[in-house]
Design a binder for this molecule. Structure first.
Ligand SMILES: Cc1cc2nc3c(=O)[nH]c(=O)nc-3n(C[C@H](O)[C@H](O)[C@H](O)COP(=O)(O)OP(=O)(O)OC[C@H]3O[C@@H](n4cnc5c(N)ncnc54)[C@H](O)[C@@H]3O)c2cc1C
Length: 694
């Protein structure tokens, strides 16, 4: 033991259970609508609302609650009520990034500068997220989110990725699930109308005075038996897309299963997307087992990291990368708050060299493990791991958290017992066995292009949460959850302000019947099609292509070839369709057709970016023999991974992607990153505010 005064803190099991085994409230579906529209001899039920929210993750539910509180008639339609990333994902301390009440408080301008520092994000959006985080947090606390605070009432904080100020906070491994829980409880109290097991497959729009405007959506509702496909029509004047990220894009992924997101839906509806080149990749347990991020304390306790080859041989593989034990373990520790892979952190023996090493072990068909029962093995002979030989930031952290215990498992129990509990719940006892992990795709920073009120390029259509392209190239851990909460409220304010007295829309019934007939025909074609490609084949092809060619290491030739193959797959699907095993499972065919389009759009954006001279940034290293930067390793030649440096000017634009006339188009729009918040004097701002609120 490094410090004799330390003693293990024991948290009662009931408390650990409450924060890890989260019970979700019972939700009643809205009553079946008796209103029908007859199309080609098929009865299609019709639902009505003012605003339709697609998705019931933390972002969608925040939008729904804020809308309902403002008196808007909302309907939430969701594929899986507690199925998305918010309800099913996490890490050691799943993070919410909000303005800090700790010590002397915070500074919104430096918060915003941090958010948009990686580029491709407007300062205005970042500033809105910084200021809005006060309200985002306040609302969640009011609804009962159990965030820890000190005796002064200041929420406890720590440092996360891309976070210079320590703005992170957490309820433990399941922060976002707890957010969904309290938001659902609030929604139920407010009498929210909810359609569970209901997937929207098409956004409908019509032209009013020459401008396209949302008027409804076609959905497949699993509990609907009045037609073979469960098809329904939902009439509405606004749609909030809160369908989460495209988690099914990659084979090597830490998203929960069945996260398709709504980017395909958006592209098909003609919406503009942005920043599709920007994602996050990092270490976690694979989705074939229990998809979970291994950030924070899981690595800050410095477990032994090793790989096992196909003959069962164990390898202390990090020793080939780092020059000495202290450097290796200190960078293992730093993965805690430098969790996402970042190309420049591969240089100078920093923490993303760890990611590269894990990725290359995986490519060599070796399995990689964290062993919490033993300390790391030495890099050089006679250089054993010692708590007295750590980089100063590492040593200070362990001292401050009073975790200077001999074994990693004891350090983990002291720093975060919930982290152990979580894996126990999911079948791995870290106190007895090692934990297999891999490099995975984790987050889409890009998405549907929105303005600072969450408005998309289609009138009446809004986007929030991971579906929205609100982030830039980098984002602090926890900023995703905050963004969903801030924009959840922003869209509600915008919708309330633009609201007209609700009156029946004038919908052209012939064009409605035509579009419904078109989707019935498509469903029929999927269901009765023995010649179609199977959804499994489409899934395997897309996911392999994305993981093999659009992961952390990319190059132009590879990406271009992958993009061409993705276009071919889309065309093949258009010709042959995707086979559905039965009429009630045509939803998967619609979803995989949309995923094929999304994968092509991501690859097209990457191809455009690299071929226009874009360099390595965020989650990806753009490898090339012409690159000026090259990672080095202690006993390994990494010259194959020479990469092109980031070009400063690329930070000042966003790449916008749209699907027009059967082609994916990419163009660049400028972003304004200079700090420009205007001080508003109370008396000057009050009047305009009152007029806008009505
Ligand atoms: C392992 C992991 C760890 C993470 N850790 C953090 C963290 O610490 N901090 C942080 O800020 N972020 C983190 N993230 C990211 C964050 O969890 C997500 O960005 C966020 O939860 C997304 O919330 P959402 O409401 O936008 O989407 P989701 O929670 O994914 O919800 C989407 C909803 O839409 C529904 N849906 C999808 N398609 C349709 C459709 N066509 N029609 C109707 N409904 C549909 C789904 O069923 C679901 O209910 C993590 C992500 C992962 C995978």
């Amino acid at each position: 033991m490094g410090d004799e005064d330390n003693s293990l803190i024991s948290i009662p099991q009931a408390i650990l259970d409450r924060l890890t085994r989260v019970d979700m409230p019972k939700v009643r579906s809205v009553a079946k609508s008796e209103e029908m529209i007859e199309v080609a001899g098929v009865s299609i039920p019709v639902y009505e609302c003012e605003t339709l929210v697609l998705g019931s993750g933390a972002a969608g539910m925040r939008a729904a609650v804020e809308l309902k509180r403002r008196g808007v008639d909302v309907l939430v339609a969701s594929t899986g009520l507690f199925a998305g990333t918010s309800a099913c994902s996490g890490s050691d301390k799943q993070t919410l990034y909000t303005t800090s009440t700790d010590y002397k408080g915070d500074n919104f301008v430096s918060y915003a500068e941090g958010l948009c520092s990686g580029g491709a994000m407007n300062f205005s959006t970042a500033y809105i997220e910084a200021v809005g985080s006060v309200d985002a947090l306040g609302g969640l606390l009011y609804m009962g989110l159990p965030l820890p605070h000190d005796e002064n009432g200041a929420i406890l904080r720590y440092q996360t990725d891309h976070d210079e100020a320590g703005r992170a906070t957490s309820c433990g491994p399941r922060t976002s699930k707890l957010m969904v829980k309290v938001l659902f409880e609030e929604a139920i109290t407010l009498g929210m109308r909810i359609l569970p097991s209901c997937s929207v497959i098409r956004i409908l729009k019509h032209s009013i005075d020459g401008t396209e405007q949302v008027y409804g959506a076609i959905a497949l509702h699993r509990d609907e038996e009045r037609n073979a496909y469960g098809m329904i029509f939902i009439e509405c004047t606004q749609i909030v897309i809160a369908t989460g990220g495209p988690g099914e894009l990659y084979r090597d992924s830490v998203y929960p299963r069945h996260c398709h997101g709504g980017l395909g839906l958006a592209l098909e509806a003609g919406l503009e997307l942005c920043n599709l080149t920007e994602s996050q990749f990092g270490i976690g347990t694979p989705r074939t087992k229990f998809p979970w991020n291994l950030s924070g304390t899981y690595v800050q306790v410095m477990p032994r990291v090793y790989s096992v080859d196909q003959d069962g041989g164990e390898h202390n593989f990090l020793a080939a990368y780092y020059r000495n034990t202290r450097e290796m373990v200190s960078n293992t520790f730093r993965k805690g708050y430098q969790w996402p892979f970042h190309s420049t952190r591969m240089l100078d023996y920093q923490s993303s060299l760890f990611d590269l090493a894990v990725f290359l072990e995986q490519q060599a068909n070796r399995k990689v493990y964290l062993d919490f029962l033993n300390n790391p093995e030495p890099v050089n002979e006679g250089e054993s791991f010692s708590l007295d030989d750590l980089d100063p930031d590492v040593r200070a952290y362990l001292e401050n958290t009073e975790a200077l215990f001999d074994r990693p498992i004891d350090r983990l129990r002291q720093m975060n017992p919930l982290a152990i509990e979580l894996y126990r719940m999911h079948g791995t006892n870290l106190e007895q066995e090692p934990l297999e992990f891999t490099m995975n795709n984790q987050h889409m920073n890009g998405g549907i292009l929105i303005d600072d009120w969450g408005r998309t390029s289609l009138r009446g259509c809004y986007a929030v949460g991971e579906a929205a392209g609100s982030h830039g190239v980098t984002r602090p851990g926890g900023a995703a959850l905050n963004s969903g909460q801030v924009f959840g409220k922003r869209v509600a304010v915008a919708i309330k302000r633009s609201r007209k007295p609700h009156r029946k829309q004038s919908i052209n019934t012939t064009s409605l019947s035509n579009v419904l007939a078109e989707h019935l025909e498509k469903a029929e074609r999927f269901a009765g099609n023995t010649d179609g490609i199977s959804a499994k084949e489409v899934q395997t092809e897309i996911q392999a292509r994305m993981s093999n060619h659009a992961g952390i290491l990319c190059n132009l030739d590879d990406v271009s070839l992958a993009r061409k193959e993705a276009t071919e797959l889309r065309k093949k699907i258009e010709q042959r369709g995707i086979r559905a095993v039965s009429e009630s499972t045509v939803g998967a065919s619609f979803r995989w057709q949309q995923m094929a389009l999304v994968s092509e759009a991501v690859l097209r954006a990457l191809e455009y970016y690299i071929s226009h001279g874009g360099g390595s940034r965020g989650a990806r290293a753009i490898c090339s023999e012409q690159g000026t930067q090259c990672p080095e390793a202690h006993r390994k030649d990494l010259s194959r991974y020479r990469f092109i440096a980031e070009r400063e000017t690329d930070r000042d634009e966003k790449l916008v992607v749209s699907f027009i006339e059967d082609t994916i188009k990419v163009s660049a729009i400028p972003v304004e990153r200079a700090p420009n918040p205007e001080r508003q004097f109370f008396e000057k701002g009050w009047g305009p505010y009152l007029l806008k609120e009505g």
